[in-house]
Ligand binder design. Structure first.
Ligand code: HEC
Length: 545
């Protein structure tokens, strides 16, 4: 089943805009390899004996051989590594050469390519030993200039150890922004530190010397080292701080991390430096279709905005006369409200955005209450009211519910423990971009059991579980990488293995098609039970808007 699906995907090779470098103009070889564009600007064209010819983005090598050039194996389809280092050597040399790690698609052969025979196989689909390539691989009638650029690019793709990787150690960073919630931050760091300590113990228990074991069965024996990069001051200064951290502590990848209102400087830093940034605890990620390195659990509040839009505007039910949205002017609700407003306008529904001034943490609930009361004034039962508010604001809501169509964000409002006043509970719908508590209970035995064994108190369950899951995913991905510590390959392996995982904590399933950067794509809309602690009342099935 799986390989049939892969086969179809490869056959169509839908150009997913994998990793287009937005700002820097790509040199000729990279442009051809990744985007299917020839140096002249014309489109790359590939032909196959059985038809199904491909052009442009769909013909690009990246679709099959991947951005790293290290290929892929799935079921009985083998896509070989095509970086020059592999092609220009015989298998015999490979066994002895420890700088050439094993990758799954590598097939032994007794001969080596040259510039001429490589050009020939790309043009004719026949290997120098007379063996024709699998029909899936298109033939490319490239002119000499394009061929030279392409082969030059294959020679530049590398498996050289990258910064942050030594013979004994893999270095990782985690990033903490100054506005992160202190309890959640502490909880996240504790999980990371314990997980890394556990990984070190496993490695220490392994007695075989690394080099010898690698010749026998290629395995990851390096210990992991965590660096905590705590940012300070204004977001405009973070980029600089991150560059400084990286210069003094080179890392292979960034794992987990935590932010609150602002994450985009971190995202840009990772993309700019080609560093994988894996699964941070943030509820407003950056959505940038062509970026390759930052990977998130979900689109966070933007996903919640889509869940609300689907219910309010796409259903056959009576549509609201007007959409009124309330949010703090300095919080992530601003972006969510903007996204939802765009959907409302497309559905010809009037929108009113009501920003409540930022509240310094010191101001009490009573002044919050007054500000919110003003923000909600005039809303009537024909309106839909959406509150992009945190727990303290929800707790400060007063008076009667003005309409039966009230929505709150589960991510901002505290999910099932959202502190809504009793009168509001029954009338309010909440977006819930996780699996329902009773459906995830069995899966949660894994993280919760680990916390227990490690004597880690549960102080911020969602953050702790997602951080633990990020560590487990990293560990499994590294296991699939064998010894090829290439950053692009890390992300490709993660794309490969993620959808096969079954135990994903809060998430019913995760998956990343090549180029996708949000692993969970849906959620529920629920009603809070009359009594806190009772079951959430799901309004319909899991939906992926
Ligand atoms: C639709 C998927 C697809 C695309 C696109 C594709 N390839 Fe391939 N390629 C394959 C497959 C599958 C094989 C393995 C064929 C076999 O083993 O018989 C292969 C094999 C090769 C080989 C032979 C490697 C060896 O070990 O002998 C080279 C070289 C190669 N491809 C280069 C390229 C280049 C360069 C591009 C882009 C211009 C490209 N491929 C685009 C699927 C693809």
């Amino acid at each position: 089943m799986r390989s049939a699906a892969l086969f179809t995907a490869l056959l169509c090779a839908a150009g997913s805009g994998v990793g287009a470098a937005a700002e820097r103009p790509a040199p000729d070889g990279e442009n051809l390899y990744r985007h299917g564009q020839l140096p002249t600007g014309a489109l790359l064209a590939g032909s196959r004996d059985f038809g199904a010819n491909v052009t442009g983005e769909t013909a690009a090598c990246v679709n099959c051989h991947r951005r790293s050039g290290l290929g892929n194996v799935e079921g009985n389809i083998v896509i070989p590594p095509i970086i020059a280092k592999y092609l220009y050597r015989t298998r015999q040399a490979n066994v002895l050469d420890l700088t050439l790690p094993h990758v799954p698609g590598f097939t032994p052969n007794g001969w080596a390519y040259t510039d001429e025979t490589l050009a020939q196989v790309i043009r004719t689909g026949v290997r120098p030993n007379g063996q024709p390539l699998n029909a899936l691989m298109p033939r490319y009638a490239l002119d000499d200039e394009s061929m030279a650029a392409l082969i030059g690019y294959l020679k530049n793709l590398t498996t050289e150890p990258v910064p942050g990787v030594t013979d004994t150690t893999l270095h990782f960073a985690t990033i903490v922004t100054p506005d992160a919630d202190p309890v959640e931050k502490k909880a996240m760091l504790e999980i990371l530190q314990r997980f890394f300590a556990m990984q070190r113990d496993v490695i220490a228990a392994e007695s075989r010397p690394m080099r010898a074991s690698r010749e026998i069965m290629y395995r990851v024996t390096r210990r992991w080292q965590l660096h905590v990069w705590e940012l300070t001051g204004a977001p405009e200064t973070w980029q600089r701080q991150l560059e400084d951290h990286l210069a003094t502590e080179p890392v292979f990848a960034v794992i987990s991390g935590i932010g609150r209102r602002e994450w985009s400087p971190v995202h840009r830093f990772c993309e700019h430096n080609s560093i994988p940034c894996l699964l941070p605890n943030v509820d407003l990620p950056v959505v940038a279709d062509n970026d390759f390195y930052p990977v998130y659990y979900s689109r966070g509040v933007l996903l919640e905005a889509d869940l609300i839009a689907t219910r309010l505007f796409d259903s056959t039910a009576v549509q609201p006369r007007r959409l009124v949205q309330v949010y703090r002017s300095n919080d992530i609700g601003v972006a969510a409200a903007e996204a939802l407003a765009t959907r409302a306008k497309a559905a010809n529904i009037a929108v009113e955005q009501r920003a409540v001034p930022a509240s310094p943490e010191s101001r009490g609930a009573s002044s919050s209450g007054a500000a919110l009361k003003r923000a909600i004034a005039g809303v009537d039962r024909n309106d839909a009211l959406v509150l992009w508010l945190r727990e303290s604001d929800l707790a400060a809501l007063r008076g009667d519910v003005p309409t039966r169509s009230v929505y709150i964000s589960g991510l901002m409002g505290g999910l099932e423990s959202a502190p809504l006043p009793v009168r509001w509970r029954a009338a309010t719908l909440m977006t819930y971009p996780y699996d329902l508590p009773e459906l995830r209970r069995v899966r949660m035995n894994f993280p919760l059991g680990w916390f227990k064994v490690q004597a880690i108190p549960v102080t911020a369950e969602r953050v702790q579980t997602n951080t633990y899951l990020a560590c487990v995913i990293l560990s499994e991905t590294l296991g699939h990488m064998l010894d090829s510590f290439v950053r692009d390959f890390l992300l490709e392996r993660m794309e490969m293995m993620l959808s096969r995982r079954l135990v994903n904590g809060y998430f019913p399933r995760l998956g990343l098609a090549p180029g996708q950067r949000f692993a969970s794509k849906g959620g529920y809309v629920v009603r809070l039970p009359a009594t806190a602690g009772d079951k959430l009342l799901a309004q319909g099935a899991w939906s992926t808007p």
